[in-house]
Design a protein around this ligand. Structure first.
Ligand code: GLA
Length: 388
């Protein structure tokens, strides 16, 4: 855990003049492999990180949510029965989205004084939004005396993004933020929601997260555009094969070649990424289970090339960071992670070369781009829950 309970409690007391009833937390995540596959009903392999969002809360019985975002130094009061977007304080939308979906699910969120404090960097592809949603859900569960199971909680969080926030995102971020486990990655089938916690224990290797410090604008519209392109490919695959199928998960690389003429070149390349990424993710998971860092690293790099050339969600800065990493001793693989267009890379590096790798990566990145990057080192962390 990266946030200490007394820190949150003290900030709450300073704002509200009394002790909170409880403190909950939910982590950010990094995806090891399986990118842009979740909304295509494919496979992902993320891990939760030791960066989290904590919320201290105390119930109120007047139907109000009095909220403070400590990091942003912003306060807002909203009525729980007025579930509308807030243009002035957009951070509260993630919580109002949870309130909205709870009510649709027949649960009653109680009013509360809350203070939010976190250390997941914002807009860097490490899922600060999923961490906030899952922490808020945890708070309402604890105060309301109800409980969702892990997959149900994650699906509620996904609906917050899809319905309240208008992002057609998949289930990965909320799932790992809720269901992650210390020292484990989580292999998830995004169609059945069956998942497996896979121990991460390499002989002399660790993951290094590198932040390009470049958050791209228009991520939401570009993201939804990719979702649409995958839909176009599915329609052409159904027509061309004469088979039923709702998602790219239902088709193979052979199907794609057969149907190539029936779709745009863009849709073809998007589908090629997704279909090959699903194969890579399953094989990479086996390599991770076997502690085979060389094979896992090779799949990570292949994933990055596919995201760069076929899915086109990298950026010059992400490419510079990944290229710089792959040129360094002890690096088994490097790839962009998350939605893309900016944000972070994840690297699999020999532990005994990690210190030199980190220093040289930062130098190489700055030399290539003129930007000062940032390193984030984290063990795989536990999913959301109440703090002691
Ligand atoms: C974002 C979305 C996820 C997933 C990734 C790309 O993080 O929220 O659902 O689609 O992008 O893999």
């Amino acid at each position: 855990m990266s946030i200490a309970v007394p820190t949150v409690t003290e900030a709450f007391e300073k704002r509200f003049g009394a002790k909170p009833e409880l403190v909950v937390r939910a982590p950010g995540r990094v995806n090891i492999i399986g990118e842009h596959t979740d909304y295509n009903h494919g496979f992902v392999l993320p891990m939760a990180i030791e960066r989290e969002t904590a919320i201290a809360g105390r119930r109120r019985d007047d139907g109000l949510l009095v909220a403070r975002a400590e990091n942003l130094n912003r306060d807002v009061t909203v009525r729980l029965d007025e579930r509308v977007r807030n243009a002035a304080e957009p951070w509260i939308d993630y919580i109002m989205g949870v309130v909205d979906e709870l009510l649709k699910a027949g649960k009653t969120p109680v009013g509360a004084d809350i203070l939010i404090l976190g250390d997941v960097p914002l807009g860097c592809g490490l899922s600060s939004s999923a961490a906030l949603e899952m922490a808020a859900l945890c708070l309402f569960e604890e105060l309301g005396g109800f409980n969702f199971d892990g997959p149900e909680a994650a699906r509620l969080g996904q609906r917050v993004e899809n319905n309240f926030l208008g992002l057609k995102s998949g289930i990965m971020d909320q799932f790992i933020s809720r269901c992650g486990k210390a020292d484990h990655g989580l292999f998830l089938d995004c169609r059945s929601f069956a998942y497996d916690l896979v121990p991460i224990s390499f002989d002399n290797a660790l993951f290094v997260i590198a932040n390009t410090k470049c958050a791209r604008g228009l991520t939401a519209s570009k993201y939804n555009e990719r979702v649409g392109e995958c839909g176009e490919a599915v329609a052409a695959l159904r027509a061309g094969t004469g088979r039923e199928g709702t998602h790219l998960r239902d088709f193979t690389l052979e199907d794609l070649e057969v149907c190539r003429g029936g779709m745009s070149e863009i849709a073809f390349r998007r589908a090629r990424h997704v279909i090959t990424e699903d194969v890579r993710t399953q094989k990479a998971c086996e390599a991770m289970r076997a502690g085979d860092k060389v094979t896992l690293g090779a799949f990570m790099t292949a994933s990055d090339i596919s995201l760069r050339d076929d899915y086109e969600v990298t950026s010059p800065e992400l490419n510079a960071m990944a290229d710089a990493a792959r040129a360094l001793p002890g690096c088994h693989g490097a790839r962009m992670t998350g939605a893309g267009f900016g944000g972070c890379t994840i690297n699999l590096v020999d532990a005994d070369k990690a210190a030199a790798f980190c220093a040289e990566l930062m130098q190489g990145y700055t030399k290539a781009t003129g930007i000062v990057g940032e390193l984030i080192l984290s063990r795989p962390a536990d999913g959301a829950g109440r703090m002691a």
